[in-house]
Write a protein that binds this ligand. Structure first.
Ligand SMILES: Nc1ncnc2c1ncn2[C@@H]1O[C@H](COP(=O)(O)OP(=O)(O)OP(=O)(O)O)[C@@H](O)[C@H]1O
Ligand SMILES: [Mg+2]
Length: 264
């Protein structure tokens, strides 16, 4: 008998309006979505359609005006108050790297562990291992100002992963990367997420990246953001970069592109 499993992330009728009266901006309309443990979904949609706002609401950084968000069965927002219990397994990587300039790369990466009171030796060991994973080996003792934009993003990804999150929210993590580094990091991300069965939501403007990494691609329409389509990516796992050259994959890109532009 199949056990009924509780959703890992549940969005039920989530809405968000900024401001009020004549200045009100309706950022999110009515977002409803269930994710199971280990699901990887991407959000695709035009600039300003509310993707960042939706991630911030799930992470407990922004209060929704309607609806409910459950992470592992716990409400993130209860009577307008954030539950730190619910958001503990959640890690968010922001659209901007947000590194502290006075810390080294390794110290920035290790910061969430320091806040959790993890001992120095363990923090350093884990930070160094993750720097290697994201291709920052040799840069651990540098300050963020000495890094390129893409390297800062990688440091920020390492910082998001260091707590071994169960839920990972990534806001355009690879926007400033060249194609080859992006491919490498996509592969790393996919294996990290699969290994630990991390439930992941990725915001990206790259249709290829969304199709390659995801179990499902969620297409949003603008003002207010609404989920217009949820499209399954029926490609077997584990996936390799060769998948991107297949006809099935290319056909999927065509379909996603036409969904995004509104033509069906
Ligand atoms: N703090 C805020 N106060 C008022 N309006 C806001 C606030 N944050 C976001 N908005 C508005 O909500 C809408 C959605 O913004 P959001 O940043 O979520 O979009 P996005 O989809 O992430 O865009 P992009 O792809 O450019 O990053 C926009 O119209 C924006 O102006
Ligand atoms: Mg955004």
């Amino acid at each position: 008998m199949k056990m009924e499993t509780e959703a890992d992330i549940r969005l039920a009728g989530v809405g968000k309006t900024f401001g009020s009266g004549a200045n009100a901006v309706r950022a999110i309309g009515d977002a409803t979505l269930d994710m199971q443990r280990g699901d990887f979904i991407s959000l695709l949609g035009p600039s300003g359609c509310g993707k960042t706002t939706l991630l911030r609401i799930i992470a407990g950084l922004e209060r929704p005006t309607e609806g409910e968000i459950l992470v592992r069965g716990r409400a993130v927002w209860e009577e307008g108050k954030r539950s730190s219990e619910a958001t503990r397994p959640v890690s968010m990587m922001f659209q901007e790297a947000r590194l502290f300039p006075w810390f080294t790369v390794a110290e920035n990466v290790a910061l969430p562990l320091r806040l959790q009171g993890v001992a120095k030796a363990e923090r350093e060991a884990r930070a160094h291992a993750l720097c290697e994973t994201v291709g920052l080996k040799g840069f651990e003792t540098m300050r963020p100002s000495a890094l390129s934009g893409g390297m800062r993003q990688r440091a920020s990804l390492a910082r998001a992963l260091i707590t071994k999150p169960q839920v990972l929210l990534l806001d355009e993590p690879f926007g400033a990367l060249d194609a080859m580094t992006r491919d490498t990091l996509n592969m790393e991300l996919m294996s990290v997420c699969a290994e630990a069965r991390v439930t992941t939501i990725l915001v990206t403007h790259s249709i290829t990246e969304a199709a390659f990494l995801s179990d499902r691609v969620v297409v949003l329409a603008a003002r207010p953001a609404r989920i217009t389509e949820v499209i399954e990516m029926p490609f077997e796992r584990p996936r390799t970069l060769d998948l991107q050259r297949t006809t099935a994959f290319q056909d999927m890109l065509v379909r996603l592109r036409s969904t995004l532009t509104g033509g069906h």
